[in-house]
Write a protein that binds this ligand. Structure first.
Ligand SMILES: Nc1ncnc2c1ncn2[C@@H]1O[C@H](COP(=O)(O)OP(=O)(O)OP(=O)(O)O)[C@@H](O)[C@H]1O
Ligand SMILES: [Mg+2]
Length: 245
């Protein structure tokens, strides 16, 4: 025996009646898939999350960059290549060594490289940037950092490290050992290191100072394997850009 229908079953639903009305009045409108995928401005879209990571990274970059280099932008194509590789995979970029005479723009390019990494919105952005004399001064027993070993370990592990003006620190057995441990640890962990220096990697003439002599063969060998070396030549911009304070 057929079951009696409920009132709801007997009456077409309001939605069904509405749809029937639309179909009757506007036969050219057909039902289609609704595009509810997020746009780049909405959470859920990879570009939205990349932008959020970039904002966060740039805040960290601004906190670490000195006032003079707050507008630093890398202009060198090889530095762009290095920074883009570092943003994609921090362990694939290798070292970046910027050599050149006083005032040619090495530090500017180095901070610019780090800014470019930040702007790409990498998964993790942590950086320490300091001149070699400042860093070693802070690391020294009695310096402003606490516990040399723990601080050195942090410098060895931080994703991005800029060692500015390498070679201007006063040489001693202690600085030699710290430099060796720092560079060797980062080399072993495949972590990048940006170095700026006035020394050429290899001096043109015998007896002239160069990075290889300063660091020794063991570190020079590690640099030779992993470093992108870029020579930033040019006049002393501090003298030519006097008006920019
Ligand atoms: N591309 C640039 N655009 C604008 N200003 C720049 C640029 N490059 C460098 N400068 C400015 O020129 C000056 C010298 O640059 P920077 O400090 O980077 O030189 P350096 O090569 O690191 O010098 P040093 O060997 O003495 O450390 C700085 O005031 C810097 O802000
Ligand atoms: Mg400099």
């Amino acid at each position: 025996m057929p079951q009696p229908q409920t009132l709801a079953q007997q009456q077409p639903s309001m939605l069904a009646r509405l749809m029937a009305g639309i179909a009757e009045r506007h036969p050219h409108i057909t039902a289609g898939p609704i595009d509810d995928a997020p746009s780049p401005d909405e959470p859920g879209h990879p570009e939205f999350h990349r932008r959020r990571r970039a904002e966060f990274a740039l805040t960290r970059w601004r906190a670490a960059a000195p006032q003079r280099y707050q507008d630093a932008t890398a202009t060198h194509p090889a530095i762009h290549t290095w920074a883009d590789a570092a943003a994609r995979d921090i362990t694939a970029a290798g070292f970046l060594v910027l050599t050149g005479p006083v005032g040619s723009g090495k530090t500017h390019q180095a901070y610019g490289a780090l800014r470019r990494v930040a702007e790409a919105g990498p998964k993790r952005f942590e950086m320490i940037a300091a001149t070699a004399p400042d860093l070693y001064g802070r690391l020294r027993p009695g310096g402003s950092m606490q516990g040399t070993e723990a601080d050195l370990a942090r410098l060895c592990r931080i994703p991005l490290l800029l060692l500015d003006d390498l070679g201007t620190e006063k040489l001693s057995e202690w600085t030699e050992e710290i430099t060796y441990r720092l560079i060797n640890a980062r080399y072993n962990e495949c972590l990048p290191l940006i170095v700026t220096t006035n020394y050429p990697v290899r001096a043109a003439g015998q007896g002239q100072p160069d990075l290889v002599t300063r660091l020794g063969d063991r570190l020079a060998s590690r640099l030779a394997q992993t470093a992108t070396v870029i020579h930033i030549d040019g006049p002393d911009l501090r003298r030519t850009n006097r008006s920019s304070a």
